[in-house]
Design a protein around this ligand. Structure first.
Ligand SMILES: NC(=O)c1ccc[n+]([C@@H]2O[C@H](COP(=O)([O-])OP(=O)(O)OC[C@H]3O[C@@H](n4cnc5c(N)ncnc54)[C@H](OP(=O)(O)O)[C@@H]3O)[C@@H](O)[C@H]2O)c1
Length: 319
């Protein structure tokens, strides 16, 4: 069994990682670090863990663990690593955007590899540190990777993508408050969202007009991407199915998508539609699983040489 430490365990992605680690057949939860609640049981924060066998939150790290997941806000992973050292053997998987861009990938003794398995599985298998992709970035890159890798992006791409409220983390903000979010809808950061950099690096700098939106649901991302495509719908579908053929979590659906078919799973579902010269690619994921903690475990499985879907055979919550 490989020993796991989680930093930022009271947050949303930290909570998801605790659940995944407790159910993973090859992982043992060694410690869950918290700045605000050391000494308290995990279920005082994550009520669904009542009855689970797990250590209390702690303010101490074990530098000898096999794997550490950093589940803290942007900029805080760097600060944490400046103040805490792990052993030579310890693998790091960071969920923030501190190390995602190639200019930030080298830090201390670590060379962070961008952890999108559908794009670079072999590099992930040989890595000792992973920069886990952003949630919007995952949904959008999976929608566009086959086009980019086949040289089929020839014009600007338009993307509308809507996220659930957990995408903003556990901290309460005016736009995360129930009274504001419930029965409401809005866009934010039009064309300037912070995930654009990592998307552009993977896809080779296409012109991307990305409008992020806040939905009034808790989990999931529904992304609609469209761009001119020179070919038939059949050509596009064949290209996408061939590209994702060997990837266990990304699937092309012949039917139109709904968000709940992937919520509570590590899957990404894609659907293609053609109108005049435009190819519309719809992509749905669970922001906390394929968009964060599930993909982090998928990356760890690859690094360990385990089955890619070990501990990730989750059931959707479709009703
Ligand atoms: N939410 C998503 O859908 C999602 C998806 C992909 C990536 N991400 C990224 O993943 C990271 C975590 O996201 P999240 O949604 O889990 O955030 P979150 O719910 O706000 O949780 C972050 C946790 O970090 C801990 N923390 C705060 N300041 C800290 C510090 N100075 N040092 C150490 N720990 C500190 C806090 O836990 P304690 O009080 O217990 O210390 C806090 O609960 C972020 O960088 C986010 O952008 C999030």
């Amino acid at each position: 069994m490989k020993k796991v430490g989680i930093i930022g365990g009271s947050g949303y992605t930290g909570g998801e990682l605790i659940r995944l680690v407790l159910h993973h057949p090859a992982l043992a939860l060694d410690f869950v670090y918290s700045t605000t609640r050391p000494g308290t049981p995990l279920h005082h924060t994550h009520a669904d863990l009542l009855g689970a066998e797990a250590p209390n939150f702690t303010s101490d790290i074990n530098p000898e663990v096999d794997v550490v997941f950093l589940c803290v806000g942007h900029g805080k992973s760097v600060t944490f690593l400046d103040q805490n050292q792990f052993s030579e053997k310890t693998i790091l998987i960071d969920l923030s955007n501190d190390f995602r861009l190639s200019a930030d990938a080298q830090y201390q003794k670590y060379n962070f590899v961008y952890g999108l398995p559908e794009n670079q599985k072999e590099e992930i298998e040989n890595a000792n540190a992973i920069a886990n992709p952003g949630c919007f970035a995952t949904a959008i890159q999976l929608a566009l990777l086959p086009l980019a890798k086949n040289g089929k992006i020839t014009a600007p791409i338009h993307v509308n993508a809507t996220t659930g409220s957990t995408g903003a983390g556990v901290g309460l903000s005016s736009t995360g408050h129930f009274s504001w979010r419930n029965n409401n809808f809005s866009w934010y950061k039009p064309f300037t969202h912070q995930h654009l950099g990592e998307i552009e690096e993977t896809l080779g700098n296409p012109k991307l007009y990305f409008l992020p939106q806040r939905g009034n649901f808790t989990r999931g991302i529904f992304a609609s991407c469209y761009t001119p495509f020179d070919g038939s719908l059949k050509d596009a579908e064949a290209m996408y199915k061939d590209f994702y053929n060997s990837h266990p979590f990304t699937h092309v659906s012949d039917k139109e998508l709904t968000l709940k078919q992937v919520v509570n799973t590590n899957h990404c579902a894609l659907h293609l539609h053609q109108y005049e010269d435009q190819l519309l690619v719809t992509s749905v994921i669970d922001n906390l699983l394929k968009g964060a903690s599930g993909q982090a475990i998928q990356n760890l499985n690859l690094m360990m040489g385990w089955e890619e879907d070990l501990g990730l055979q989750l059931k959707a919550s479709v009703f």
